[in-house]
Write a protein that binds this ligand. Structure first.
Ligand code: GAP
Length: 445
């Protein structure tokens, strides 16, 4: 691995060069901490989301899927505690007009006091006392911009699940314990976004709320901790780069009784990219109170009524994408030449194979095209006839494509092609009509 301090710079540059991630509105100078996924990035993130959906919804009988709207009744956010509690303390510098989080480590002294110094302009006594700033984005519904028309862009997808809990329970005929899973956008007006797609103002969450009988919640929290770690390791993420961090009392969110962060060792340190939370019956109780609608569960076997407890697994799709990219990033040397390679798990790789005619003559392009057209019916495949074969391999190494298929002189004679493995660099000679089977066998995992 290269020196850790510039891995992020290299990854951001690779992401742009190969079409994984671009800065939003780049031709206008960009929009702060908002990013767009390019042709390869959209495939990578989609593959991660699909794998998550499969493991949560399709592989399990006790979890149902949902796709709730981003805009919700404003009372949802009063009930959830986000209107009053989803805030960060901020201070302003009256001199240079910069704004900081009150706990910004660069601030010397206590904001609001005459000795405190602005970390940007250096003035003393110009920082205001901390004020609370709500992180929810606001907009207006309908033509009139007035308080009554105020709505929020959801800061978490979870609330869409809670308000649909009864609808899903009744329509799916599930019984407790059961879960509801959802993937969707969330928005937070973060004060200190950064580190590429790590902390942004618009992001995607993959959240699952598991409704359980009170008293069984701690057991289920343990169960989901184990499941989530298995899933992550199954994506090919190195286990030694993953760890849990249990929240201390001070760190717990307003709704949580117990919580674990799943952390990854990024080049900028150990950081959370998923949370597993025991949310008790906080959210459902509050929605019952604010909506006036009964959200109790009747256990037919015991005739008991209760408001279920919720164990939540909350992953960021963008942060998981960053974990996968950072973990896959490698530099090595092939035949004395440096190369960058993304060792992506084959199931996540945006492209599964690339097809190259060795030269653009002697029947090779025609045969290569035929092979490409066959393969793309089964796998996302790329055709490249530009530049030396070495350069074409390098481009696909950077894209994380597991296999490079070269059509050479021998191919036009006996119908065999070479298949180069991205990681081992081993080349196999394979009959073209066996390629689909060959890829099926070798892309497993
Ligand atoms: N429903 C619980 C919840 O939202 P959270 O710890 O605030 O919990 C869960 O967020 C996950 O969402 C985080 O682990 C992270 O992956 C992702 N996330 C949160 N804020 C984010 C941001 N500003 N940018 C990118 N991802 C973010």
């Amino acid at each position: 691995m290269p020196a850790t301090d510039n891995v992020m710079d290299k990854l951001v540059s690779l992401a742009k060069r190969r079409g994984f991630v671009f800065q939003s509105s780049e031709i206008y100078g960009g929009l702060g901490s908002v990013w767009d996924y390019g042709p390869l990035g959209v495939e990578l993130k989609k593959n991660i989301k699909e794998r998550w959906w499969r493991s949560m919804v399709h592989d399990r009988e006790d979890i149902e899927g949902l796709d709730a709207a981003i805009l919700m009744h404003p009372k949802v956010w009063e009930a959830s505690g986000h209107v009053s509690g989803f805030t960060d303390p901020l201070v302003d510098c009256k001199q240079c007009k910069n704004r900081f989080r009150a706990d910004d480590p660069r601030i010397k002294g206590t904001p609001g006091e005459p000795t405190a110094q602005c970390p940007v302009c250096g003035s003393k006594g110009t920082l205001t006392a901390p004020r609370m700033f709500n992180l929810m984005f606001k907009t207006f519904m309908g033509p009139v911009e007035e308080a009554a028309a105020l709505v929020y862009l959801r800061p978490e997808t979870a609330q869409g699940i809670y308000v649909n809990y009864l609808n899903v329970l009744q329509s799916s005929r599930q019984k407790i314990p059961f879960g509801i899973a959802q993937i969707g956008k969330a928005f937070r007006n973060e004060i200190t976004p950064g580190n590429f797609i790590f902390r942004t103002r618009e992001f995607e969450q993959m959240e699952m709320q598991f409704f359980v009988k009170p008293g069984t919640d701690s057991e289920w929290l343990e169960f989901w901790r184990g499941e989530r770690m298995k899933w992550l390791v199954g994506l090919g993420v190195r286990a030694e780069k993953l760890r849990f961090h249990q929240h201390t009392k001070d760190e717990l969110a307003h709704y949580a009784k117990d919580a674990y962060d799943v952390q990854y060792e990024f080049p900028f340190g150990w950081q959370e990219f998923e949370g597993i939370h025991n949310r008790t019956n906080f959210d459902l109780s509050r929605h019952q109170e604010f909506s006036g609608k009964k959200l109790e569960y009747l256990d037919v076997a015991t005739n008991e009524r209760f408001i279920p407890y919720v164990v939540e697994t909350s992953a960021g799709a963008d942060r998981t994408t960053l974990v996968v990219m950072v973990d896959a990033y490698h530099e090595d040397e092939v035949e004395g030449e440096k190369r960058v390679v993304l060792r992506l798990h084959p199931a996540l790789a945006p492209l599964k194979a690339a097809v190259f005619p060795l030269v653009n003559k002697d029947g090779m392009p025609e045969l290569a095209r035929r092979i490409f057209d066959d393969l793309r019916k089964y796998y996302n495949t790329f055709y490249d006839d530009g530049g030396s074969i070495g350069r074409r391999y390098r481009r696909q190494d950077e894209a994380g494509t597991p296999f490079g298929i070269t059509i050479d002189g021998q191919s036009t004679q006996d119908g065999s092609v070479t298949v180069r493995d991205r990681d081992t660099l081993k080349q196999d000679r394979v009959a073209a009509d066996r390629l689909v089977t060959y890829l099926a066998e070798n892309l497993k995992g």
